[in-house]
Design a protein around this ligand. Structure first.
Ligand code: 13P
Ligand code: SF4
Length: 344
């Protein structure tokens, strides 16, 4: 596709959000990336949080973390460029160890992935012997390797229900765990917050959580929702399940990033408010020009924000930054990821 065609497509979608001179420059970058992609036999996977010009130009597939891990598992291309954060690229490498997986940033972390270590999981397993461990995919490979099964925001409740055990250790997102507890009717405890042993005896709990949080979704409050509802009584509010349970309860819908996108596409409402990362609001607004999106955010995920068209071009050009997972860890981690993919 020529620079001019890419520019026209971007202008039609993003003309209202991105200035004209910037669109021209981004179209030139996107054309260069598409050329390099063919040359290197690469596939580009783009998370829903990518900045609008990237999201609407170079990815072969866009989606939430579950959808993208499925694509990573099935691709026959030699190189996977993961436009997302490190734990997502690592999941791709866990599933496709023979492929070159590139992350277009030296470090694009995640506050949830940073909140827990493999040693923390081992301690919990020693404290609750025999209790299965579910870890959110927003964790690093060492943590996945200590787990029985992974989950994403798109299948967390289904994964917990599939275990059919009295108790489950669910790590590391405190809010997602509380939201799953609400959805499944299970009681939850946080052993690192509530002193363990004596205090827990006799408590009726089925989920054991961990106090990790997403630094972006932690910012939304019920007061924000009440303010918006006062001004726009007919607004439909969508929250990501990494928001607090109070925020999720005060919203009209909660689901993974792709489920939120589908909801906006399928349900007619006078106004929508998305409680999630800012760039996704721009991406949905661009794809649904007839829908009225309200904005309640000024902050981007600082980790997703590292991934730009310039860095994506350089990733392909210089074969960087290669994701590697030691085979001993990968072998254990892949079981947890594949068990999740088998569930849905
Ligand atoms: P999804 O799996 O819903 O795409 O979420 C990933 C994420 O990091 C949300 O903050
Ligand atoms: Fe992690 Fe939150 Fe950024 Fe998602 S939005 S990558 S959970 S810090």
């Amino acid at each position: 596709m020529s620079v001019q065609t890419i520019y026209q497509e971007l202008k039609a979608k993003l003309g209202d959000v991105v200035p004209e001179f910037e669109l021209q420059y981004k179209a030139e970058l996107a054309e260069e990336i598409n050329r390099l992609k063919q040359e290197k036999k690469a596939i580009i996977l783009g998370h829903n949080y990518m900045e609008p010009a990237l999201f609407h130009s170079v990815p072969d597939f866009t989606g939430d973390s579950l959808e993208l891990s499925r694509k990573a598992a099935r691709t026959d291309r030699e190189v996977i460029v993961f436009c997302g954060v490190e734990f997502m690229a690592e999941t791709a490498k866990i599933l496709s160890p023979d492929k070159t997986v590139l992350l277009p940033a030296e470090k694009a972390g995640c506050s949830l992935a940073e909140s827990i270590t493999a040693a923390d999981v081992r301690r919990l397993k020693a404290q609750y012997p025999g209790v299965p461990v579910v870890t959110y995919v927003n964790t690093y490979a060492e943590v996945k390797a200590e787990s029985d099964i992974c989950c994403t925001s798109g299948n967390a409740a289904a994964v917990v229900e599939s275990l059919k055990t009295d108790t489950v250790i669910f790590l590391p997102d405190e809010y997602l765990a509380r939201n799953v507890a609400r959805e499944t009717g299970k009681h939850i405890i946080f052993p690192t917050v509530t002193p363990p042993n004596g205090h827990e005896a006799g408590l009726d709990y089925q989920l054991i959580g961990w106090p990790g949080r997403c630094e972006v979704h932690d910012k939304f409050s019920v007061a924000d929702i009440n303010n918006v509802r006062r001004q726009f009584p007919d607004v439909v509010i969508l929250a990501h399940p990494e928001c607090s349970p109070e925020v999720v309860a005060a919203s009209d819908f909660a689901g993974s990033t792709s489920r939120m996108i589908r909801y906006v596409e399928e349900i007619a409402a006078p106004h929508y408010l998305l409680l999630t990362e800012c760039a996704m609001g721009d991406n949905i607004a661009a794809a649904n020009p007839d829908k009225e999106m309200l904005r309640l955010c000024s902050v981007r995920c600082p980790h997703m924000n590292q991934i730009t068209l310039e860095e994506t071009r350089d990733a392909l050009k210089y074969n960087r930054y290669r994701i590697e997972v030691p085979e001993e860890i990968r072998r254990r981690a892949v079981q947890a990821v594949e068990r999740m993919l088998a569930i849905g």
